[in-house]
Design a binder for this molecule. Structure first.
Ligand code: MG
Ligand code: ZN
Length: 368
């Protein structure tokens, strides 16, 4: 029986010769209750390879059964930036470099976090940059320019996000734009907001009726090699908290922000340290997803950074990296998926298709 089905699907594939849509049976497609989207900023295939070979040939990212590639270009440049890249994932539209959750006419477009909230789902954001930096910003804010950090911070008050962790506290409480104290305003809205302490994370799992914001730095958090270690734990505790927060399900975006900064710095060890930190977070999320069986886990990047390559002279455990640029590149970007609906993520597709697939799988039928 199975063999016959396989033969039929192979014939269909050969007959059409097109996309992965022909191989996915939408009648039997399982839908996830929850989605965790992990974005390694600037994480191309070489960044993953460097982390792998620097780590005794083992990464958690090897645990994913489904792998695809996305086309990362933006609306105005073959080489995307993180703002347009994240807006494609968050809102499903290609836009111009620098845009945060707005289209090419600078008009706001709904993001998946807002749509998940309307649907009754719990939501979370974690980053190892400031929480108003381009990648997390595109999931919560709408702004024509990514550098408008204080404006972006005010957009946190317009949502009902349940849990966020990242740097950039100064954009909330030491503002130049106005004299608002957004931390007091968040508290007035029912949030528990504090500087990040590891011990605080234990209480969030037990307090599903509360909302939490944790600031890990006034500006950018330190690098993974210099005392920053919160990403795996904040991811683990965040998932456990969001699981209990809503019966409908949850959406969370977790960013390994500084893999990209290692690329900009043309610093192989920086990339490897950040890659391994991000991979630990991936492992913690996968462990929990395997237990609950209802969570789709997607790992991807917005773009590659550095034109990074592993050159001759490299050995297992010692990577000789070379770079072609201190900026981003236009390579296809890998996508890894695990859990209900993961099969939709095989093949080659636009970066905006990641949004389309997530919205389809969660049944968030909102037109925009
Ligand atoms: Mg980023
Ligand atoms: Zn970058």
């Amino acid at each position: 029986m199975k063999k016959n089905l396989l033969a039929i699907s192979l014939i269909i594939l050969a007959g059409c010769g097109t996309t992965q849509q022909t191989t996915v049976d939408h009648n039997t497609l399982r839908r996830p209750k929850n989605i965790v989207l992990l974005i390694g900023d600037g994480m191309g295939l070489t960044q993953i390879s460097a982390g792998l070979y620097a780590n005794n040939n083992r990464l958690n990212i090897e645990r994913f059964p489904v792998i695809g590639l996305h086309k990362a270009y933006s609306a105005n440049d073959l080489i995307t930036d993180s703002a347009a890249g994240a807006t494609a994932f968050a809102c499903g539209k290609k836009t111009y470099n620098g845009a945060i959750g707005v289209n090419t006419d600078t008009l706001p477009i709904p993001n998946i976090l807002e749509q998940a909230e309307l649907h009754g789902m719990a939501t979370g954001l974690i980053a190892t940059s400031t929480i108003v930096h381009a990648t997390p910003a595109a999931f919560i804010a709408h702004n024509k320019l990514r550098q408008n950090y204080e404006d972006i911070a005010t957009d946190f008050l317009k949502t009902d996000i349940d849990y966020f962790v990242g740097g950039g506290e100064q954009f909330f409480n030491k503002r130049k734009l106005d004299s608002r104290d957004l931390i007091q305003e968040l508290k007035a809205k029912g949030y528990t907001v504090s500087d990040y302490h590891q011990n605080d994370l234990d209480k969030i799992v037990l307090n599903k009726n509360m909302k939490f914001g944790f600031f890990t730095a006034d500006e950018d958090p330190p690098t993974a090699g210099q005392g920053r270690d919160y990403l795996p734990l904040a991811s683990d505790k965040g998932v456990r908290y969001l699981q209990r927060r809503s019966d409908v399900g949850y959406f969370m975006m977790i960013e390994g922000s500084q893999i990209d900064w290692g690329g900009h710095a043309n610093n192989t060890q920086y990339i490897i340290n950040e890659m391994l930190d991000f991979d630990q977070a991936i492992g913690r999320v996968l462990d929990l997803a395997e237990k609950d069986g209802q969570t789709l886990v997607i790992v991807t990047a917005d773009h590659e950074c550095g034109g990074f390559s592993i050159n001759y002279g490299s050995k297992m455990g010692k990577i000789e990296g070379k770079f072609t640029t201190d900026g981003h590149t236009g390579d296809l970007v890998p996508v890894f998926a695990y859990g209900p609906g993961a099969e939709l993520f095989s093949g080659i597709y636009e970066n905006t298709a990641i949004y389309d697939k997530m919205v389809q799988l969660l049944g968030l039928n909102v037109s925009n």
